[in-house]
Every structure is written in C-alpha cells, then in structure tokens.
Design a protein around this ligand. Structure first.
Ligand code: 8YV
Length: 314
C-alpha cells in the first residue's frame, strides 16, 4: 500500500473499515449528500472510492473524479452503482459476496418465524403488562409445512432454502430463468409462483430490472393467508401496494429488513402488529461486517498491487 494514494471514504463507513483504509491510503471523507459538481479539491484526485449498498456510486460522481480507477463496495448489492458507466470509463467495481450470505439468510428465516408466529407483537404485549393483566394473544398461524416461495434463487436464496428444507412443505422458486441443480420446483410465471406460495421470501438482487417485481397483483395472488419477507432491496416491492395489502389484510403479514426510502419507513407500517420491521440488519453482525471490510480492503490492495481482483463486478 502507499499512504500517498488518495482514496475517498464515501458516506458513513464502519470504524473498522475506516481504520483499515487510513492505515493504507490517504483517506478523504466525502458526505453521502455531497454535490458531485462541487466536490472539494482534496477529493478530486481520488484513485479509489469506497462505498456501500444504499449509496453506491452514480455516473455523476464517477465523472467528477477523473483519476478514479476502482469503486470498492462494502456490500454485495451494487444496484446503486452505474456499472455500465463504470465499464465504459474503465473503472473497476468490486463487492463483498459470500461472506455475508449466511447472516442474511439467518435473518430472513428469523423474520419468517417472527412474522408468522407474531413474536414481536407478543413481546410488546408482555412488556406492556397485558399478559400480566390476564390477556392472551390471538393464536398464530404455523410455519412448518408451508410451501415457501423463494423469489430470486441466488446465493442468498439458496442459503435460505437450505435452512427451510426441514420445515417447509415444499420449496418453490421464481427466477428470470431456471437455476441448475436445485431440486426445488421452478415456477416461471410470477403470479402462479405467488398463488402457490404460502410465504414469499424476496432474495433477488436490486436494480431497475427487479424494480417493483412484487406488485399488487402478486400480493393478491399470495393471498390473505400468505406472508412476505424482504431481505433484498425495498425497491423490489411496490411499497404503497404492500402497505395497502397489509392494511386491508389481503395478505396476512410481512417481515421487512429493507425499504424503498431508508431509513424512512411508511408511517402506516409502524402501527401494524402483523408487520415485523428491521433497520437493514441482514449483514449486520460483528463477524460479517469485519469480513466484508477485509474483502473490500483486499480488493483495493490487489488493485494497487497490480494483482487480480478478488470479487470483481466490473
Ligand atoms: C449493506 C447490503 O450494504 O450487502 C448489501 O448489499 O445491503 C448490506 O450488507 C451493509 O449493511 C452496509 O451498509
């Protein structure tokens, strides 16, 4: 490494990652809301930019950095990076796949059980003293035996399916095309997939091609006994349609770790006892965030040493 190489730490990054960057490079902090056409001179010569899932790197930011060689993401999702623009400009892009798969899958399964068995609502009623006053919560539905639909059977989707195989009645999935050697039933039509699913777990990548993939029609096909879990990106679900389907009980519940406009969650969801909310915690364990940071740093080390990148997107 070379402490003269200017590197931008873009937006709020973990202290562990920042320490790693500062021990290697000349680090310049750049606020997430910085105007690309008015960047401070100190960052204009940056050769690398480190960002994360919700922030990424726009074409305007890349164009404002004429010396930019690589965008190293502290995330598996790169839906906020203009990868076509990066490719056209010869800018490398890396992400942090695999190291976070298990934790994201664990949270998806946790949200499924919490949503179906009303764990969060029952916790609240105990804390509120309702149980002590002799009240009993309503009986819940059951997880075991459900037909589970995985929307997006990639690395994370497969890890979720493997965790649920022992309890699911059946596991089905919907992708743009069938995945090889899964043993799960592929359903090509999204509405048929939703109609057959008794719980949908959204595990797709984000990005424009998946925007609002889950719409009002899919939610109605999932139906009043169905639940939906999202550990992917808020953009994959039509959020107003989800709020309406939940408010009108056209679906039974939702377990949500991601939202269309984070950290802002639709006000209506905050009052719903059949919704479990998490503040984008899928990869948020000490061990995984350390592994993600180590991988983001290793990609930068490889780039500046002229070695092959470990996890290239572009
Ligand atoms: C966040 C994620 O990026 O990996 C992703 O795509 O969405 C998360 O891991 C992480 O929380 C950093 O903000």
């Amino acid at each position: 490494t070379d402490r003269t190489i200017p590197v931008i730490a873009y937006g709020p990054l973990s202290p562990y990652l920042l320490e790693g960057l500062e021990s290697r490079f000349a680090v310049h902090r750049l606020a997430a809301d910085a105007a690309p056409d008015a960047l401070p001179d100190a960052v204009r010569n940056a050769r690398a930019l480190v960002s994360f899932g919700a922030l990424g790197a726009s074409a305007a930011v890349m164009d404002a950095l004429p010396a930019l060689e690589i965008v190293s993401l502290f995330s598996v999702g790169y839906d906020k990076v203009d990868v076509d623009h990066a490719r056209a400009k010869g800018i490398r892009v890396t992400n942090t796949p695999d190291v976070l798969t298990d934790d994201v899958a664990d949270l998806a399964v946790g949200l499924l059980f919490a949503t179906v068995r009303n764990i969060a609502a029952n916790d609240r009623m105990v804390r509120a003293g309702a149980w002590a006053r002799g009240e009993s919560p309503a009986l819940s539905a059951r997880v075991t035996g459900r037909r589970i639909g995985i929307l997006g059977l990639g690395r994370i989707g497969r890890a979720i399916a493997a965790r649920l195989e022992p309890v699911a009645g059946e596991i089905v999935y919907h992708n743009r095309r069938p995945a090889p050697d899964t043993g799960y039933r592929y359903i090509a039509d999204p509405i048929a997939f939703a109609r057959e699913s008794e719980a949908i777990i959204v595990a797709t990548s984000g990005g424009p091609e998946a925007a609002k993939l889950v719409d009002a029609a899919m939610l109605d096909a999932l139906g009043p006994q169905g639940v939906i879990v999202n550990i992917s990106r808020g953009s994959v679900i039509d959020e107003p349609a989800l709020v309406a389907a939940l408010a009108e009980r056209r679906i039974a519940g939702a377990g949500l770790d991601v939202f269309a406009d984070e950290p802002h969650v639709p006000e209506a969801l905050l009052a719903m006892d059949h919704v479990v909310l998490q503040p984008h915690q899928g990869s948020a364990t000490v061990l995984t965030r350390q592994a993600m940071a180590d991988l983001a740093l290793a990609n930068l080390d490889a780039h500046f040493a002229g070695r092959e990148l470990l996890t290239p997107v572009v």
